[in-house]
Design a protein around this ligand. Structure first.
Ligand code: NAD
Ligand code: TYD
Length: 366
């Protein structure tokens, strides 16, 4: 039985990981620590909030005293670190929060874990610090370059990826210098339920439903390698169970798509859903108008992102060979599930859009 501290567990991937873990390992204890920034949403944890093995703590990963208390009071043996500022566009307009949370915050967690697990009276032998990172640390690829492996040199290009690269290096250093039991996973672009609608896939789905333009940066020929979020949770599970301490593992979906093809695929899927289910036209009257003219007409080419990486692609051979990792979803099955989730969970994304998803914070402190 494990006792997990999950940082950033109210965010997109963290919440999906918590759902996955608690369904599979129902006897394990899970403590979520989350600052509930704009990207955190307490409603993402509604399905587990009443479970006796679940605890939510509203707090910041930069708060070392809090982290130490949580590690000791909950006898945590496994720390899974998702908390981060995660949106590249925000890192371009305002990098400060990325440096603070992604670098200083990770450092604070490492320091606290070292203090409690290694410098305490009795060293916690079975401890694990798992750091969740990104393929963006490897930089960008041309269309013909081989995909990123774990030995690809780091070459981050955005303030976001530079801050994640710095945190990866700190995690590595805490293993080599102090003997902290760390693992790191670097994964490709995730998609699925609870994805904040500023990222490409949920933005496109929700914009179609509002008959709003679908912004394509630059020529739309940039390539991302898409991973269904549950397959990511499964990959982290394998790393936690059987990954070698001190190692990095790439997790990918083997699904390279250009941005423009993603947007066209989503447009077609939404159209198909409207044809199958007449109720949707009543629920989303704005989209009904868009459907009448073909949703692809909403596509709007806009100014490119500064320093926009051209292509990401993951070679997950090491994770496949060592840990028998195999993603369950193809892009076709995963994106169909995702579109269906957004059509069925309007209340979730409406509360994000109207801001009411953050009422919980005000209620706690009023
Ligand atoms: P997200 O932005 O949806 O969620 C981040 C969560 O962290 C939020 O709940 C937020 O409230 C919390 N948080 C932010 N700053 C905090 C702080 N200082 N203290 C405590 N909590 C804080 O991010 P995500 O998409 O779920 O990504 C999770 C992790 O996975 C990140 O480390 C990210 O770098 C990595 N990653 C994401 C992707 C992707 O496609 N989304 C791909 C590769 C790697
Ligand atoms: P995003 O979802 O922000 O993830 P990341 O930047 O981490 O890859 O963007 C995915 C791709 O989609 C990226 O190449 C930028 C592009 N994009 C658009 O073309 N338009 C948009 O409105 C957004 C948000 C992204």
């Amino acid at each position: 039985m494990k006792k997990l501290l999950v940082t950033g567990g109210a965010g997109f991937i963290g919440a999906n990981f918590v759902h996955y873990w608690m369904a599979k390992y129902s006897a394990d204890k899970v403590v979520v620590l989350d600052a509930l920034t704009y990207a955190g949403n307490i409603a993402n944890l509604d399905s587990v909030k009443d479970d006796a093995n679940f605890n939510f703590v509203h707090g910041n990963i930069c708060d070392q005293a809090l982290i130490e208390t949580l590690l000791v009071e909950h006898s945590i043996d496994t720390l899974v670190h998702f908390a981060a500022e995660s949106h590249v566009d925000r890192s371009i307009t305002g990098p400060d929060a990325f440096i603070e949370t992604n670098i200083i915050g990770t450092y604070s967690l490492l320091k606290s874990a070292k203090k409690v697990w290694l410098d305490g009276k009795s060293i916690l032998e079975g401890h694990r610090f798992h750091h969740v990172s990104t393929d963006e640390v490897y930089g960008t690829l041309s269309p013909t370059d081989p995909a990123f492996t774990e030995s690809t040199a780091y070459a981050p290009n955005s303030p976001y990826s530079a801050s994640k690269a710095a945190s990866d290096h700190l995690v590595r250093a805490y293993h080599h210098t102090y003997g902290l039991n760390v693992t790191t996973s670097n994964c490709s672009n995730n998609y699925g339920p609870f994805h904040f609608p500023e990222k490409l896939i949920p933005l496109v789905i929700t914009n179609i439903l509002h008959d709003k333009a679908l912004p394509i940066y630059g020529d739309g020929q940039q390539i991302r390698d898409w991973l269904y979020v549950e397959d990511h949770a499964y990959g982290i599970d394998l790393v936690l169970q059987n990954g070698r301490v001190g190692e990095n593992y790439n997790i990918g979906g083997d699904n390279e798509w250009t941005n423009i093809d993603i947007v066209k695929t989503i447009s077609k899927l939404v159209e198909q859903e409207f044809l199958k289910n007449k109720d949707l036209a009543t629920r989303f009257p704005a989209a009904k108008a868009a459907m009448a003219q073909n949703t692809e007409s909403l596509i709007s080419y806009v100014k490119d992102r500064l320093g926009h990486d051209r292509r990401y692609a993951i070679d997950a051979t090491k994770t496949i060979n060592e840990l028998s990792y195999k993603p369950k979803e193809s892009f076709e099955t995963g994106i169909a599930k995702t579109v269906a989730w957004y059509l069925n969970n309007e209340a979730w994304w409406q509360s994000v859009m109207d801001g009411s998803y953050q009422n919980w914070i005000a209620e706690q402190y009023s």
